[in-house]
Design a protein around this ligand. Structure first.
Ligand code: GLY
Length: 392
């Protein structure tokens, strides 16, 4: 009898403990269990996981450098910050060491993605000067790509690569807006406004040229580096020059919301809302809130979804909700409910130990179609963490 009583008591206590957890906490814990498997694999390989290949094996980051390399250590930092489990800190430090020397690269714009999401988090969480210096070095490399005539940071180099074959002289992609967060941060930590001024100029030029009247954006703009004139408006990863590539829309939404965070300039907030309205009211925006890879893909509904766009949009809408009286909270939670269900969340130990299935890297390049991606998981964890901060 006593055993039955104590079992029942234990059961009720467990149910109560579970009930007191919010949805986001339950989902974070579940995600962290899955990523523990990935942590073990990556520590053993001393390498950063990016996706899985056709055989289901882990696809590690590309050499000599990879724009996604900051996301995995960034994810480890986010989990460490929540759990205070030293194993996640150790993994974050080990993983970000792999690419520390890339802070001096001046041949690509992705330094913001790479360093703000890894060393930026490391510095915010630990306050260690070593991490601060890496951020400053990376920001100094990034601003070498700024051209005053154009008012933008050049995204890709155009010599001896596939970008050269397109005949571009000064390509700027919408994704580049995401690199500005590193510059805003480095201005804040150094007190030097040069980084912030470049970020603001880039954001304003992009707002002026990169968007259509309906709030959607082109993927690539090629500028004349001498006159600053727009030469062409095209795509690289989208379906067509005039289409709305989903992750590009997600980057724009996230980045203008972030610009408002650092500047409190209302034009960025209004612009972020315009982009949100384009996304959320688009006739091809699916019922479950997880976009097709391109809003204008020709065979919708028989086109791949892009869970990475869904996760970025959810995270961005949660921040936008902070500035708009929770206006977009229900849209964000709707996306997260979908992503957290069986349709997108992998079963334990499947999917290469990544959390989310069904993302698209670059469909026109035949690269990473309907696969897990480290940045889909990164923004999913970030979105859940933002939801948790709201007590939900
Ligand atoms: N920045 C590259 C991508 O979004 O695929």
């Amino acid at each position: 009898m006593n055993i039955i009583k104590s079992t029942l008591l234990l059961l009720s206590l467990t149910i109560l403990a579970c009930k007191s957890k919010t949805d986001s906490e339950i989902r974070l814990e579940k995600s962290e269990r899955q990523l523990t498997g990935l942590r073990t694999l990556s520590m053993k390989a001393n390498n950063i996981p990016r996706s899985v290949d056709k055989n289901g094996a882990i696809r590690w980051i590309e050499t000599p450098y990879d724009w996604t390399e900051g996301f995995w250590p960034g994810t480890c930092w986010m989990i460490y910050e929540r759990t205070k489990d030293e194993k996640w800190k150790e993994a974050a430090i080990t993983m970000q060491k792999i690419f520390k020397h890339h802070k001096n690269l001046t041949n690509d714009h992705d330094l913001g993605f790479i360093f703000n999401n890894s060393y930026g988090k490391a510095y915010r969480i630990t306050g260690e000067n070593e991490y601060k210096q890496v951020m400053i070095d990376a920001a100094n490399s990034l601003i070498t790509r700024f051209n005053k005539n154009v008012g933008c940071i050049q995204s890709w180099d155009v010599v001896g690569n596939w970008q050269a074959e397109r005949g571009w002289k000064f390509p700027v992609i919408i994704d580049n807006m995401m690199n500005l967060e590193l510059l805003f941060e480095v201005s804040n930590i150094t007190g030097d406004s040069i980084y912030r001024n470049i970020a603001i100029t880039h954001a304003n030029t992009t707002m002026r040229n990169h968007f259509r009247p309906d709030g959607s954006s082109y993927h690539v703009l090629d500028y004349n580096p001498e006159t600053g004139e727009v030469v062409s408006k095209v795509t690289a990863q989208g379906y067509a020059d005039e289409s709305a590539w989903s992750r590009g829309q997600a980057w724009g939404l996230y980045a203008y919301t972030m610009c408002y965070r650092y500047t409190k300039d209302k034009k960025y907030l209004d612009f972020a809302e315009k982009i949100a309205n384009f996304i959320l009211n688009h006739p091809n925006y699916p019922e479950d809130g997880v976009p097709y890879w391109d809003f204008n893909a020709p065979n919708i509904p028989n086109e791949p979804r892009d869970a990475s766009s869904g996760a970025i949009i959810a995270s961005a809408l949660l921040e936008l909700s902070n500035y708009t009286g929770n206006k977009y909270l229900h849209n964000a939670t709707h996306i997260l409910n979908s992503l957290s269900g069986d349709a997108y969340t992998a079963k334990p130990r499947e999917n290469g130990n990544f959390i989310l299935m069904h993302s698209v890297g670059s469909l026109p390049h035949g690269n990473e179609i309907n696969v897990p991606l480290n940045y889909a998981d990164y923004y999913y964890i970030e979105a859940l963490t933002r939801l948790k901060e709201k007590g939900l």
